[in-house]
Design a protein around this ligand. Structure first.
Ligand code: SAH
Ligand code: SF4
Ligand code: F3S
Length: 452
């Protein structure tokens, strides 16, 4: 119970940025019902998990955290434990069997109803538990309340949900359903409201965000949206994730080049450098096609940098295939890589039809090799920036040294600054004086604008 007697809700976010948005949407509704937000389990009357199913490891973490909440639940009668997100959608029945103290399971299109359901449970009006809702049709984003946010100066905005692709290894299409874009003006209105509430950087979200169509099939693209948002005064920076290499259209690329707000960093996963593996993954492109897209982007936007996701140890991946991934990483000069060990997911094509035949030690070694290569490339790229001027948006205190500030440059690189004049949300020009693979260190040259 929070001060003042309001019931308190604690939300734990697992998985990707879409879950951050979903958590914010749910928190907004809880706030409207009179709940306070808590970050301490002892104070919480309600705990909500937003879960992820993308790898086996992600699910095991959730099960172990849920198991640990048995005591919390028993300690005080009336406490409510709820699970939402992709895992809730995919395996509601298994969750209720494995974790009998869970009260509510809400799928990826049902969760807007979750806070009201919690209210009913607390009032003893919900009937027998667990309550399972996994076949909803709601449009969760339409009810966004800009004031309920987990971060102050930056915001995620979901511009589409679901995925129409069918990568052989991936649970997302099953967990999030078919693609549905939000209408352009709805998104623009939300961004405007967020900026009015103090947000300076917006990250547009979609599983294949460059397939955005504003429900207008061809008449509207991600490019149309970028142009619309370019006109939002007070919005300083704009990003979008995740792009699929085969989904870019010429108009979107042109709008990206025109934008003064767009980050010079594009997250566009290749997954593997081997055409044989890309085909088995059903990714829908070859290395040559990926190269061509990257070249087109670089021709239009010479300072664009790329980030990548990789899966090592996909079924049938040979040493030679792995070598092709290393070579591609080197050739394309990615500045950031998330590397994942293949995890067979029940219900996916790969798990049902392809043997998980790369031994775990081999997966681990390939994982390490790609990460080490990425570290070397990142260090080379970062050291080359010494002496350059970067425009930095300050995000908050540095995690390594709370006496210093940490921000991001226009290519989304972390820049650490030591200057008393700074504050969260400040924008400044800084000279880069030193670098590691993950961090740039700068000295403030001039302060662009005091934070509001
Ligand atoms: N929509 C995004 C990916 C979302 S999942 C895209 O298409 O790029 C984030 C990342 O998790 C993927 O890019 C992939 O690298 C990894 N991933 C997904 N399923 C996986 C699995 N079964 N095993 C290992 N990694 C996986
Ligand atoms: Fe999964 Fe592929 Fe869709 Fe990305 S594009 S969410 S990897 S199916
Ligand atoms: Fe995980 Fe679902 Fe995101 S599976 S990565 S939370 S879309």
């Amino acid at each position: 119970m929070a001060a003042g007697g309001a019931p308190a809700v604690l939300i734990e976010v697992f998985g990707c940025q879409m879950n951050v948005v979903d958590a914010e949407l749910v928190l907004g509704r809880f706030a409207a019902l009179g709940f306070a937000r808590s970050t301490a389990y002892d104070d919480a009357d309600v705990v909500v998990f937003t879960t992820c199913s993308v790898r086996g490891h992600a699910e095991e973490r959730v099960y172990s955290r849920l198991g640990a909440l048995r005591r919390w639940k028993a300690e005080r009668p009336g406490r409510v434990l709820a699970v939402m997100g992709c895992m809730a959608q995919r395996e509601a029945q298994r969750i209720t069997r494995r974790v009998p103290h869970v009260d509510i399971v809400c799928g990826t299109r049902d969760f807007p109803a979750l806070p009201d359901l919690v209210e009913r449970v607390r009032a003893g009006r919900a009937g027998p538990r667990p309550l399972v809702l996994v076949d909803g049709r709601e449009r969760p984003d339409a009810a966004r309340r800009p004031e309920a946010r987990l971060r102050r100066r930056q915001a995620y905005v979901a511009i589409m949900r679901g995925c129409n692709r069918a990568c052989a290894y991936c649970v997302v299409p099953g967990a999030r359903g078919r693609e549905v874009s939000r209408p352009l003006e709805e998104v623009a209105g939300e961004v405007q409201a967020l900026v009015a509430a103090g947000v300076v950087e917006v990250c547009l979200l979609g599983q294949t965000v460059n397939a955005y169509d504003g429900q207008e099939r061809g008449a509207v693209t991600l490019g149309t949206l970028l142009r619309r948002l370019e006109g939002v005064r007070g919005l300083r920076r704009l990003r979008f994730i995740t792009s699929h290499p085969a989904s870019f259209d010429a108009d979107t690329l042109a709008a990206m080049a025109e934008s003064s707000k767009l980050d010079r960093f594009l997250h566009m996963p290749l997954q593997s450098g081997s055409d044989r593996i890309l085909k088995a993954m059903r990714r829908g492109y070859t290395l040559e096609r990926f190269r061509a897209v990257a070249s087109r982007v670089r021709a239009l936007i010479p300072d664009m940098r790329f980030g990548c996701d990789w899966i090592v140890g996909f079924p049938g991946e040979s040493e030679e295939d792995h070598g092709l991934s290393l070579a591609a990483c080197e050739e394309l000069r990615f500045v950031q890589s998330f590397v994942f060990k293949y995890s067979p997911r029940p219900g996916t094509f790969a798990a049902e039809h392809l043997a998980d035949d790369v031994p775990i030690e081999v997966k681990k070694r390939r994982h390490r090799e790609l990460l080490l290569l990425q570290e070397r490339i990142s260090l080379e790229e970062n050291l080359a920036l010494r002496g350059r001027i970067a425009e930095v948006l300050v995000e908050g205190r540095s995690r390594l040294d709370p006496a210093k500030w940490s921000g991001r440059d226009a290519a989304h690189r972390i820049v650490v600054l030591d200057d008393d004049r700074l504050a969260e949300g400040a924008l400044c020009s800084a000279r880069i004086v030193d670098a590691t693979a993950l961090t740039l260190f700068g000295e403030v040259e001039s302060l662009a604008e005091a934070p509001a």
